[in-house]
Design a protein around this ligand. Structure first.
Ligand code: ADP
Ligand code: MG
Length: 707
């Protein structure tokens, strides 16, 4: 039976129970799927360490030595088994087992120890190390590169650990050696110097040396990125062929009046450039699909307004969508004050617009009186009809799902131009992969006169200092944010993440709030979280925005867009639970006024290496792009949890968007060449591509189309 037809259940070392876990956790159905579970690293088992050589840079080490004592310590839940292990220099480490201790033979003697060192104070310990009695150590165990596989918590509890995965995969190799059909035609392989699939899979799981690993990785990465590019580009081609766009060539009175008489400050160079790029799009005759990236505070709102004015000059309406009611209202305020004294008309539609207001609004929209409509999701659900909707601007794109946007476009016969604005910078490689041929504009310059935010990381031991700092800032008239992490995120009926949800952290939040009240008895404190009624949330936010409360304790409700220039301190609690880009977003809430602003990241004392790295990056830079790159790099492709969190529409099993930019460019070029001559992939020599694409399509949805 071919490997791709062989059910994983019947592979050596699997069985019904393990198969169920493999299916659920790794989406492995067949023997071939199993071979696509790639090692995330290799450990050189030819090297032996002595204990004094170990540093915290070493992920895994093996040591030959002697166990001279076994002990069971603690009671109940903290009960554990420990052993003392010494090497030839008589340096000692502690070995620890927390559960499954009945499987450990508690015998003293010589062992080969293999495991992951953990450091506490000055001493080193090994949790659940692999022990092989010295007389059972065979030479082949300690040669060459040993592959290591990622496993989830669930897998570990069903004894599907790293070693078990390795054993299962080894069991499949004899069949693999007989050869499997390739997924790339020989001609393409030759052109790009790619080894055959069979060899690649053999080499990735049992490499003789690092060259073999590199060859295998390159071939597999290329294949992965190539098919994603082929898919995205062929869809994008279909789209551009179909979509004609509204023509907006005129620069008229809406724009000119605002630009020459009401613009409160000079545009930055970056704002000007981006506006020109957009202008070129909307007079091209094709529908615009543009992503506008600009760090928090870079002035995207103004760009949105100017584009809306251009649309108005050509007789088209614009709608600007914000992810939350608070933000929609804030946009409304900003726009109406900017447009005061002009003839441009803005309206607001949110969930709390009354039926009566709505009626009047509908009339104004239908008869074209409204030039710009600002709104929330209500805009999509509502039976609003535009006279002539020509431009849709979506603010903070990550909060809107594809399905939601599609509904809005459905309000038109011809799709409007689309501008998606995001403050979460997307590295170039990622943008290319996720959005295919989507055009990207970048505002890479902040308005003049901003003071860079100072960021410091403190552990909980330094709470008192932090409190004192808060006190000083409040005395100087500043306001303070205190933010708690969100643990679970609820989804709406379309499967899109809801704007905010505090869930399991509510208790923490409540405690934090009470602590603030106790520590600063003479201050007023607001609290907002996702479980509050929208009216209450708004009320609390307004109190803070108006300077009536000094401290705002919140969940990530405030992550997006809220603008309170007098708030100059952002305290992030449990900062270890936030990803880099989220921390950066949070930090962007301060630094909006003339005063020096601060961001304080509070964490536990014990931190993983990765968390410490995250904190260091936050302290080191304010640049959103550098942070996004670092974020990608910290979450490697092999990191199970990482890929899930990154929000990618597809699983990358081996390629890394952070480090494989070059492979991506090559794969993309290969895909472009093929599609150029045969956009529908109908040529006989392209049937292998068409077949693979159909397989891929069943798995992923189409993200190339943002409209
Ligand atoms: P974001 O890109 O995060 O949405 P905003 O559009 O809210 O940023 O702009 C942040 C602040 O910068 C606002 O107070 C806005 O008035 C101000 N701003 C925007 N453009 C300029 C400019 N060219 N010069 C000075 N200030 C500007
Ligand atoms: Mg904004």
């Amino acid at each position: 039976m071919e490997l791709r037809d062989k059910d994983i259940t019947y592979c050596t070392g699997v069985g019904t129970k393990r198969a169920a876990v493999l299916r659920k956790e790794l989406n492995v159905q067949t023997a071939l799927d199993m071979l696509y579970i790639f090692p995330y690293k290799y450990v050189d088992r030819s090297r032996f360490y002595s204990i004094r050589e170990i540093t915290d840079e070493d992920a895994y080490v093996q040591i030959m030595g002697e166990i001279y004592e076994w002990k069971t310590v603690g009671v109940g839940k903290s009960k554990r088994l420990t052993a003392l292990f010494a090497d030839s220099h008589n340096d000692t480490v502690e070995l620890v087992w927390f559960h499954s201790t009945q499987y450990v033979k508690q015998e003293c003697g010589r062992y080969l120890l293999f495991g992951k060192p953990s450091f506490f104070n000055r001493s080193i310990s090994f949790v659940h190390p692999e022990l092989t009695p010295a007389h059972k150590v065979r030479p082949e165990m300690c040669t060459g590169l040993e592959p290591h596989y990622n496993t989830s918590e669930k897998m570990k509890t069903s004894t599907l650990n790293d070693k078990a995965i390795r054993t299962i995969i080894r069991g499949l190799l004899p069949d693999l050696r007989l050869g499997i059909p390739d997924t790339l035609p020989a001609a393409l392989r030759e052109q790009y110097n790619l080894i055959p699939l069979t060899d690649a899979l053999l080499q990735i799981h049992t490499p003789k040396n690092t060259t073999e690993v590199q060859q295998a990785r390159y071939r597999l990465k290329f294949e992965e990125l190539f098919y994603i590019q082929l898919q995205i580009l062929s869809q994008a081609k279909n789209r551009t062929m179909k979509s004609r766009g509204f023509l907006m060539p005129i620069v008229g009175r809406h724009f000119n009046d605002f630009y020459y008489h009401h613009l409160p400050f000079a545009l930055t160079g970056a704002q000007k450039r981006v506006i020109k790029e957009i202008q070129a799009d909307i007079k091209s005759g094709r529908q615009m699909n543009r992503l506008l990236q600009g760090d928090v505070g870079s002035g995207k709102t103004l760009v949105a307004l100017i584009c809306a004015l251009l649309a108005a000059d050509n007789g088209y309406q614009t709608c600007i969508m914000a992810p939350t009611e608070i933000l929609a209202k804030q946009h409304m305020q900003t726009l109406s004050s900017l447009l005061q004294g002009t003839a441009t008309h803005v309206d607001l539609l949110t969930g709390s617009t009354t039926a009566k207001q709505r009626q009047a609004l509908h009339d104004r929209l239908r008869n074209g009186e409204t030039d710009i409509l600002v709104g929330t999701h209500a805009l999509i659900e509502d039976e609003v009809q535009f006279a002539n909707l020509g431009l849709v601007i979506v603010d903070e794109q990550h909060r809107f799902g594809v399905a939601q946007r599609a509904k809005l476009w459905a309000k038109n016969v011809q799709p409007p131009h689309v501008l998606v604005m995001t403050a979460t910078p997307i590295p170039r490689t990622l943008a290319m992969t996720v959005y295919g041929d989507l055009s990207v504009s970048v505002i890479d310059e902040l308005p003049p006169g901003r003071k860079p935010i100072r960021t410091r990381h403190y552990t909980n031991m330094f709470r008192e200092q932090v409190d004192r700092f808060i006190r000083d800032q409040i005395t100087e008239g500043r306001q303070i944010y205190v933010v708690y992490p969100l643990i679970e995120q609820k989804k709406d009926k379309d499967g899109n993440p809801l704007p905010e949800e505090s869930g399991a952290t509510l208790a923490d939040l409540q405690n934090g709030y009470e602590r603030m009240l106790r520590t600063f008895p003479d201050c007023t404190v607001s609290m907002v979280h996702g479980k509050l009624k929208s009216r209450e949330k708004d009320y609390q936010m307004q109190l803070f925005a108006a300077g009536k409360t000094q401290i705002l304790v919140a969940t990530t409700v405030i992550e997006v867009g809220v603008n309170v220039p007098n708030a100059s301190v952002m305290i992030v609690e449990n900062a270890e639970r936030f990803g880099l880009s989220q921390l950066h977003q949070l930090r962007g809430r301060v630094g909006r006024g003339a005063d020096q602003s601060y961001c304080i990241l509070l964490t536990d004392v014990q931190l993983s290496k990765e968390t410490r790295k995250r904190m260091e990056i936050m302290e080191a830079t304010n640049d959103g792009f550098r942070i996004a790159e670092a974020d990608l790099q910290l979450r490697g492709p092999g990191d199970l949890e990482g890929t899930q969190q990154s929000g990618l529409p597809f699983d990358l099993k081996i390629a890394s968007l952070s480090t494989d930019g070059q492979v991506l460019e090559q794969a993309r070029q290969a895909a472009i060449n093929i599609l150029e001559n045969d956009p529908e992939l109908v040529a006989p020599e392209h049937q292998m591509y068409a077949y693979q694409l159909r397989k891929l399509k069943n798995k992923a949805q189409n993200w190339a189309e943002i409209s």
